[in-house]
Design a protein around this ligand. Structure first.
Ligand code: NAD
Ligand code: UDP
Length: 312
């Protein structure tokens, strides 16, 4: 198949491309390189079955493809809050352009949505039928309301135009190739511990998150895309940790002498988050296989290699 991956030069997109290329597909990667980098897809650049297009999805584009994995959107708060209006345009106009493309060429369309659609949840763990607790005027709303509209658009194109959709709600995912200056918690703690800087815990560190290793997530993407289910479907690892526990784990793993310091909690920071993955288990037979300790080891190795300049 010829498969389009928007945001393919980013963290998740590039891992997905590795899997799709290994499966023998033709892949078109579309990215504006806002947070993505050519380094992530370097190994495919000379492959005749791989095409890279520098393009901003807020502009329409004409392509002929069979499937579209739509991932283009900055995912980390510091990046999506840098230009919030642009983040909304990417989620709304960009998603509309990609759905329009899917409609024109009758491609199956996969939306990378997020657990952020649940906001600061008052249902725990979060099931897909929970409608969320989102502040529509807060500093995270460009992203979480943007993704909520992206889901609405997907379902409306499905109902109105018969577009074949798949919607996945991704919970915090980590792994090699995360940007070291990304501002997300796993990459921050690893980079800080390796540089012998204090690990910055926001608030008192009692807020929780559940961390999924990237290879597990990509397996879930491919299974959902090629199943008969449209979603929405949670994909994430139900193992739930406080942020302080995570800091201590990474401190012990890399640098027991590193200090842990506390900084103010950002506005609207969700207090707890854990996916209910019953749907993914029963519909796809999917569940995560990589434990946090193992996933962190692999991520730390990648950061060390990059810091030591061992990689191109
Ligand atoms: P990332 O920032 O590494 O990747 C996003 C990619 O999209 C980058 O390559 C960026 O350059 C590109 N992009 C951004 N705006 C664009 C635009 N207007 N036009 C073209 N390209 C554009 O982030 P990621 O972690 O790989 O996330 C990928 C997707 O998964 C995002 O949609 C994100 O919302 C979603 N998601 C990720 C997580 C996670 O934990 N990583 C959690 C929930 C949802
Ligand atoms: N966080 C932290 N220190 C950091 C970066 C993040 O304590 O250096 C916290 C953040 O406040 C949040 C959690 O870690 O409670 C996860 O943050 P991240 O930005 O990775 O993901 P999200 O909040 O989008 O789930």
């Amino acid at each position: 198949m010829r498969i389009l991956v928007t945001g393919g030069a980013g963290f998740l997109g590039s891992h997905l491309i590795d899997r799709l290329m290994a499966q023998g597909h033709e892949v078109v990667c579309l990215d504006n390189f806002y947070t993505g980098t050519k380094r992530n897809i370097l190994k495919w650049l000379d492959n005749p079955y791989f095409e890279l297009i520098r393009h901003d999805i807020t502009e329409p584009i004409r392509l002929e493809v069979d499937q579209i994995y739509h991932l283009a959107c900055p995912a980390s708060p510091i990046h999506y809050q840098y230009n919030p209006v642009k983040t909304i345009k990417t989620n709304v106009i960009g998603t509309m352009n990609m759905l329009g493309l899917a409609k024109r060429v009758k491609a199956r369309f996969f939306l990378a949505s997020t657990s952020e659609v649940y906001g600061d949840p008052d249902v725990h763990p979060q099931t897909e039928d929970y409608r969320g607790n989102v502040n529509c005027i807060g500093i995270r709303s460009c992203y979480d309301e943007g993704k909520r509209v992206a889901e609405t658009l997907s379902f409306d194109y499905h109902r109105q135009n018969g577009v074949d959709i798949r919607v996945v709600r991704i919970f915090n995912t980590y792994g090699p190739r995360m940007l070291e200056n990304d501002g997300r918690v796993v990459s921050n703690f690893i980079a800080q511990a390796l540089r012998n800087q204090p690990l910055t815990v926001y608030g008192d560190g009692s807020q929780t998150r559940s961390f999924c290793y990237v290879s597990d997530l990509v397996e879930g993407f491919i299974r959902l895309m090629n199943s008969d289910q449209i979603g929405p479907m949670n994909l994430g690892n139900p193992g739930e940790y406080t942020i302080l526990e995570l800091a201590e784990k990474i401190q012990n793993m890399i640098n027991p002498g590193a200090e842990i310091i506390f900084k103010p909690l950002p506005e609207d920071d969700p207090k707890q988050r854990q996916p209910d993955i019953t749907r993914a288990k029963t519909w796809l037979g999917w569940e995560p296989t990589v434990p946090l300790d193992r996933g962190l080891e692999l991520t730390v190795k990648d950061f060390r290699d990059r810091f030591e300049g061992n990689k191109d």
